[in-house]
Design a protein around this ligand. Sequence first.
Ligand SMILES: [Zn+2]
Length: 283
Amino acid sequence: MQMTPTDDQLPPCMFCGQDERVELFEIWSDHRFMTQTCCETLHDSVVHEMTDDPDWARTLLRRIGADLYTGHTLRRLADDGGCGMLLDWQLRICPVTFAVARQFVDRHHAHCRAPRCWRFGVAVRNGTTLIGVAMIGNPVARGFAGRGIVEVNRLCVRRDIPAALRWNAASMLLGQAARTAEQRGWSRIITYTRVDEAGTSLIASGWKREAVVRGRGWHGGARSRSNRNAFVDKIRWGKELHPPRQAARCPVTSQAPMDRTSLAFATPFALTGQPQAVPLGLF
Ligand SMILES: [Zn+2]
């Protein structure tokens, strides 16, 4: 399919009479974008059409090079919660260092700080934006130690971005955590949610609800620990895994070199090549 019509295929704009042009002028990594058109009236018309018909908007943006310029695949156009629209990319699972995961959880988790160590972690991005991380380590309950079990100690998805951008992120993280644990030799994976959390993502990822665990405080003895979150009853969820026989489990690690990867986003993508114009009448 020809994506870039030549100039002589462009029909005249019904508003200004020039060649009808809609081009991607700029795309930022915080999901905003700007289009350029032959005239203001067409611009208003395109914006109105995009708001009215997200499927049409996605097709248009793909044709004028949104995927091509960024290397990401457009999932849909998302409402930014105000009066603008955002580019919502297909979520991608990606590796994450301990330092970045810990920093992310400390910053974004609703009620817990990051654990001090892990076996491994997984992350999910929407475009270049880090949307969520899962930190997987040893089970906190001592009764589960030495039984081929790992625990998703933290699952954290950003809440400070429009909901559309994080859609399905938790399920993807849970799915990848279980797959990685299985590949690395564990036979079971567990996690806990508070009783006031729905567990929708866990159910969607095939985890089974196993037990309700009573919350309790940890103060006592010589060590003083944070009681934040401790008194809330929890639900334990689990999933049976079928690891390959020769899988090598990764060790517990805690001190990774500080990773300076920025969690912020607002750097512009480099737009390479010439903007592409398409006749709107094509679709
Ligand atoms: Zn025009």
